[in-house]
Write a protein that binds this ligand. Structure first.
Ligand code: ASP
Ligand code: MG
Length: 427
């Protein structure tokens, strides 16, 4: 069996949804588990609903929600003119769940409400797409993934409970495959023991698909995107970006760690553990080979260039001018981990530590407050982090030429340069 994942961009319009049957007909006798994301920018729109609800502006949250509702009803009507009676009532049930919630005043934390509201995007898109495919003769069983993916209650970045989920896959997913070739479900969401909805973190559908691939021992997983495959740089920033035919798992983990927005960082591990190849293919031109990611080490890669904007550098100087030492570094790491902040670049000196992180004002404020107990702290915002893997010194030189460098770190395979300001880089 294979796992397919269609992201938000592949289902952002009715035209794109209409191209799905053509792609799926190429795999007539294959057992497929299909994971879909919310349509287009629905997740962002739902985030705005959650924010206005939580800030006490119930009216605005209702208006924003009404737009999302209308958009989905229009798409459903366009794809299934006249509608299927059960689809209409299913969509209505999903809407009502949230409309009830929006009528109350918030009494719990923001992240809880965020997940209850935002999970709707995937439920709506999967319901519409499932019915559309059934109507076009691609018979499939719709599945509410919240009955399968068991998570803890760390809302907005919930952790999967693998053992419980595995049992659910055996008991609730595999039996469907005796009756149908295609199961269609949602990425990104799960549920706690007490049936509260959770989300796995933005762009988490890739990870959902990988979890299914692992637990169902899939032959392969395909992530369908609107690009040819994985490139060595973001083509919007570097017009000379090149397509990469083949990558190994470790390289993709590194790329995701440094901030390349190729695949959700947690996607690779579940695949690597079972040696399941990952294909990144273009749904606009499905005949193209795409990028293949596997365990065999891939040599001779082009330089891989990752640009991370909106970085903040925190300088931490030990209070009494004694050495920072292991203790200072250990304290800093434990604060970073408590705030779920990733150090994108870290430099340790005798009396000073420097750590570069994504700019998240709320988290940085907490971090500075906690670390301020033992360090004198200063913060510099508005930086850009350029990471180049498999570099030749010349390319590094060309890219950083004329830039104001704040910090630089060279290692055997990777060079990272922190640059002042928001830089437009051209190779
Ligand atoms: N819909 C979610 C998001 O936009 C999950 C995903 O697309 O992977 O973040
Ligand atoms: Mg997406």
């Amino acid at each position: 069996m294979k796992v397919f994942k269609f992201g938000g961009a592949s289902v952002n319009s009715t035209e794109r949804v209409r191209s799905l049957p053509g792609i799926l007909r190429v795999y007539p006798d294959e057992k497929l588990l299909i994971v879909v994301s919310a349509m287009g920018k629905t997740t962002n729109a739902l985030e705005a609903v959650a924010q206005s609800f939580y800030s006490g502006d119930a009216e605005k949250s209702m208006t924003l929600f009404a737009d999302i509702k209308k958009d989905h009803l229009n798409k459903a009507e366009s794809l299934l003119p006249g509608g299927r009676p059960d689809l209409h009532s299913r969509l209505q049930d999903i809407f009502t769940e949230i409309e009830w919630l929006l009528l109350d005043k918030p009494t719990r934390g923001f992240d809880y409400y965020y997940d209850q509201i935002v999970c709707l995007g995937e439920l709506l898109s999967s319901s519409i797409i499932s019915d559309f495919l059934n109507e076009t003769g691609i018979f499939n069983q719709w599945l509410d993934v919240r009955d399968v993916f068991a998570t803890d209650d760390q809302f907005r970045s919930a952790n999967l409970e693998w053992h419980k989920t595995e049992i659910n896959v055996r008991e609730k997913v595999e039996p469907f495959f005796r009756e149908t070739n295609i199961i269609l479900t949602q990425g990104f969401i799960g549920a706690t023991d007490s049936n509260e909805s959770t989300t796995l973190g933005r762009e988490g559908s890739d990870y959902s698909a990988a979890i299914f691939a692992n637990l169902l021992n899939a032959d392969s997983i395909t992530i369908w995107k609107d690009v040819e495959g994985i490139m060595n740089a973001d083509p919007k920033v570097f017009p000379d970006a090149r397509f990469i035919r083949e990558l190994d798992y470790d390289e993709v983990i590194e790329m995701a760690f440094y901030g390349a927005q190729v695949i959700h960082p947690k996607t690779i591990k579940p695949l690597q553990n079972k040696n399941i190849p990952l294909l990144v293919k273009c749904f606009l031109e499905p005949a193209l080979p795409g990028t293949r990611i596997h365990s065999r080490h891939v040599r001779h890669l082009p330089p891989i260039i990752v640009l991370k904007k909106d970085q903040t550098l925190i300088h931490l100087r030990s209070r009494d001018f004694s050495f920072v030492g292991e203790e200072g570094a250990a304290r800093l790491y434990s604060i970073l981990s408590a705030q779920h902040v990733q150090a994108n670049l870290m430099q340790t000196g005798a009396v000073i530590l420097q750590v570069c992180v994504d700019h998240d004002p709320e988290k940085i404020e907490k971090l500075v407050l906690e670390a301020g107990v033992i360090f004198d702290i200063s913060v510099e915002k508005g930086l850009t982090l350029l990471t180049i893997r498999h570099y030749q010194p010349e390319i590094v030189q060309t890219l950083i030429n004329g830039k104001e460098i704040v910090l630089q770190q060279w290692s055997l395979g990777t060079v990272q340069t922190l640059i002042r300001g928001f830089t437009e880089l051209q190779p």
